[in-house]
Design a protein around this ligand. Structure first.
Ligand SMILES: Nc1ncnc2c1ncn2[C@@H]1O[C@H](COP(=O)(O)OP(=O)(O)OP(=O)(O)O)[C@@H](O)[C@H]1O
Ligand SMILES: [Mg+2]
Length: 303
């Protein structure tokens, strides 16, 4: 068999169209980064506030590239055993017990072979021979030591397992890392990546996202609510509403049977949009609403 066919977009327009077919609506700049990631074989580092579509971009890239998604969810304290590989100790022990009388070097060779290895997401992504998109989600949560390990993998697309030797990628995965910028990532990691800052979309695009995600919402409602959301983002809120929350708000409005934000009932759906008591109070003032939902704006000035 010939070597695996490359996975990629023809150009930025192709990337934008295929991402759109996969449900992800984006602009030329983002689509260009997606295209370059596949053309240059470089990881994308997508950074930006919560809920602007970083993880969703990776998922849509996987769908549009026909690639399997392998996801490594990062958290503080994530280590090699959970991210890369681990020996299956229980199975190894059973084998040792079963072969108590056998020659130790033969047993040792057996228990440190593939059959006794548990692949974790990074190793899985390297060893898959089908097209793969590796999503390293929320990479800013890991510690510096782990970042160094990632660096090694993203540079060489191979890992060394002391007992087995070097495992090189069968087929290089397309890699997307996401970060909420809770801490600055190392320059070395950034250098290996294409940097993409994702912010809030323009109102027109956000309305299109709402229309796509909540087809039951009328066009007028989608346009109205993104305008309200955009004006709320201008306020000094503890947590400005993200795209995810705009979509949730639209779903909530549809669920309570409201089809214009001017409807007095519309404020009942605000809990889908704002998640801090102080923000709710500010929003009520800003929107000229008399009182908030019980227990929240009923306690003005809280938070
Ligand atoms: N460009 C877009 N096209 C379509 N849907 C989008 C887009 N951007 C955001 N969304 C919607 O917003 C939701 C939230 O996006 P996502 O989970 O990717 O955010 P995130 O940036 O990864 O947030 P977090 O930092 O909290 O993980 C998605 O499920 C999707 O419904
Ligand atoms: Mg995310």
């Amino acid at each position: 068999m010939s070597s695996p066919a490359p996975v990629g977009y023809a150009d930025a327009i192709d990337a934008r169209d295929r991402l759109s077919q996969a449900g992800y609506l984006t602009d030329r700049a983002v689509a260009t980064v997606a295209f370059l990631a596949t053309r240059l074989g470089k990881p994308v580092l997508a950074e930006g506030p919560a809920g602007v579509g970083k993880t969703e971009l990776a998922k849509a890239m996987a769908t549009s590239l026909g690639a399997g998604l392998v996801r490594l969810q990062c958290y503080e304290g994530l280590d090699e055993a959970k991210a890369l590989y681990e020996w299956n100790y229980r199975k190894q022990l059973l084998r040792i017990q079963a072969e108590a009388d056998a020659d130790w070097s033969a047993t040792e060779a057996t228990i440190f072979s593939d059959d006794y290895l548990l692949d974790r997401p990074l190793l899985t992504a390297l060893r898959r021979d089908e097209p793969t998109l590796l999503l390293v989600d929320e990479v800013d949560k890991v510690d510096f030591e782990f970042e160094a390990l990632l660096l090694e993998i993203l540079s060489d697309f191979q890992v060394t397992i002391p007992e087995m030797g070097t495992v090189a990628a069968v087929r290089r995965p397309v890699v997307v890392l996401t970060s909420n910028a809770t801490r600055e990532l190392s320059e070395a990691l950034k250098r290996r990546c294409l940097y993409l800052h994702l912010g809030f979309p323009e109102p027109q695009r956000e309305a299109a996202i709402v229309a796509r995600r909540v087809p039951e919402a009328s066009e007028r409602l989608a346009e109205q609510l993104v305008k309200v959301v955009a004006s709320l983002r201008e306020l000094e809120l503890a947590k400005p509403p993200s795209v995810a929350e705009t979509v949730d708000w639209a779903r909530a409005l549809v669920a309570i049977g409201v089809d214009t934000v001017d409807d007095p009932e519309a404020s009942a759906a605000l809990p889908a949009l704002l998640k801090h008591a102080g923000d709710v109070t500010k929003a009520y003032e800003h929107l000229g609403l008399s009182s908030g939902p019980a227990g929240v704006a009923g306690e003005p000035g809280r938070n």
